[in-house]
Design a protein around this ligand. Structure first.
Ligand code: ASP
Ligand code: MG
Length: 439
């Protein structure tokens, strides 16, 4: 069985929901994971924010506006009076429920319940629509099988067992519709898999049922080998190894949430990225297969800060790096790139929330220099060290650009350059010419 996930924009209006319904009704049994309709989760976050600030009036205004939008969607989506009424009742019950939270103390627990309503509504709407069309569709309640453990990590054993039980309740269904993103935690409370977590849901389900394929449908045209906003000639990437996809996901390749990769990779289930707007396009296939000797893509990430700690104490010392890393750890700041020499270490970070505290602490160990407005450019592909030539090509493409750090050998799939943000476009174009557009 396949697992198909559709994001918020793919189900963002009544016509889009109808398009998805058409796409998924091909007679094959499948599980379909949906996000909330686009904008909904953000609005629910805004509502929660008003409630945290003890402003029920502000919250109610937004709740009413959102409810009015949903009433319109429902009117547009269904054609029979029976389903129009079912739809309106559905909307009313969820919004009355959200409104009930404006009257009492509002904490993190209540917020999770409010945030869950987006996916609960979108899936119920789709399920009714399919039923109205005569499709054998069933809702699989994510809150009955999707669960995290005490470390807030998904619990695969529980998920597999409970999902199987839910599926066995309706063996004859053609389509199982379920909510992305939402789950229960180890204490049985409603929780979620973090923003953008619907991809994660799809991947966890795929692993739990040993799916033949996981499809992530968005309104973007697969993955490109470079940024089409900057580089003229880009080409779609048809195939990526999971690790290549993981490298690219960090660089904000928006089509796939990074957390989604691991469960599918371990279960060895291919993930296919497809475009709702162009459903017959081949998209991008992500699997455990490597294409030998091929560079796949170049990507960049802005807003990077580089920090250099230079110390003669590092010379021939041990434990110096640990001290440095502990400082970053204590401020929950993750390090992305790292380069070391005998007398210094440079790291890059993308979260500068605690930069000043980090710098203060680092100064105890050496001379500290900071470079802001930097950017990581990474080249992803089969970059196993025994291959020759690719590093030279990539380096050669950077010949006119001041490079602050280079990282190679961390994985078999990547070389990263840290450069100034103002040099990014030139670097992307130059790498593109050197790696993809050779005459
Ligand atoms: N609706 C959730 C969000 O907007 C989850 C998702 O779309 O993946 O973050
Ligand atoms: Mg080599």
């Amino acid at each position: 069985m396949k697992v198909l996930k559709f994001g918020g924009t793919s189900v963002g209006s009544a016509p889009r929901i109808k398009e998805v319904a058409k796409l998924i009704t091909d007679g094959e049994q499948k599980i379909v994971v949906l996000s909330a309709m686009s904008g909904t989760t953000n609005t629910l976050v805004e509502i929660s924010d008003y409630l945290y600030k003890k402003n029920p009036e502000g919250a109610n205004e937004i709740i009413n506006k959102l409810e009015a939008k949903y009433k319109q969607h429902v009117n547009e989506l269904y054609s029979t009076p029976e389903y129009k009424q079912k739809g309106q009742e559905l909307i009313k019950s969820h919004f009355d429920y959200i409104r009930s939270y404006t009257k009492d103390l509002f904490t993190l627990f209540e917020e999770k319940v409010v945030l869950a309503q987006g996916e609960l509504i979108s899936t119920a709407m789709m399920n009714y629509y399919l039923q109205e069309c005569g499709v054998k569709s069933i809702l699989l309640p994510a809150l009955e099988y999707m669960r995290t453990d005490k470390n807030a990590e998904p619990d695969p054993v529980y998920i597999k067992e409970k999902l199987q039980m839910q599926l066995e309740l309706h063996p004859g269904a053609e389509i199982y519709i379920t909510q992305g993103y939402i789950c229960r935690n180890a204490y049985g409370e409603i929780d979620n898999l973090q923003r953008g977590g619907s991809d994660y849901t799809a991947s966890l389900i795929g692993a739990a049922i040993n799916a033949s394929e996981i499809q992530i449908w968005t309104d973007i045209d697969g993955m490109h080998n470079n940024d089409p906003r900057i580089v003229d000639k880009t080409a779609p990437v048809r195939h990526l190894h999971f690790e290549e996809a993981a490298e690219l996901a960090y660089f904000g390749a928006k089509i796939l949430h990074p957390t989604c990769i691991q469960p599918a990779k371990y279960a060895n289930i291919p993930v296919r990225l497809l475009n709702t707007m162009d459903p017959t396009a081949p998209g991008t296939m992500i699997s455990n297969d490597t294409e030998k000797g091929k560079i796949k893509a170049v990507a960049a990430k802005d807003n990077i800060t580089a920090i250099k700690i230079k110390s003669s104490r590092m010379l021939l010392a041990h434990g110096f790096l640990r001290k440095v890393f502990e400082i970053f750890e204590s401020y929950q700041t993750s390090i992305d790139m790292i380069c070391t020499s005998e007398v210094g270490v440079s790291v890059s970070i993308d979260n500068t929330k605690h930069l000043n505290e980090i710098l203060d602490d680092l100064k105890k160990y050496g001379t500290v220099t900071v470079d802001k407005d930097m950017c990581i450019v990474c080249v992803v592909g089969d970059l196993e060290w025994e291959n020759v030539g690719f590093e030279a090509k990539a380096l050669d493409a950077m010949r006119d650009i001041p490079v602050r750090m280079i990282s190679f050998g961390g994985s078999n799939y990547n070389i990263s350059f840290l450069i100034r943000e103002c040099d990014k476009n030139q670097a992307l174009r130059s790498l593109s010419d050197a790696l993809f557009n050779e005459e």
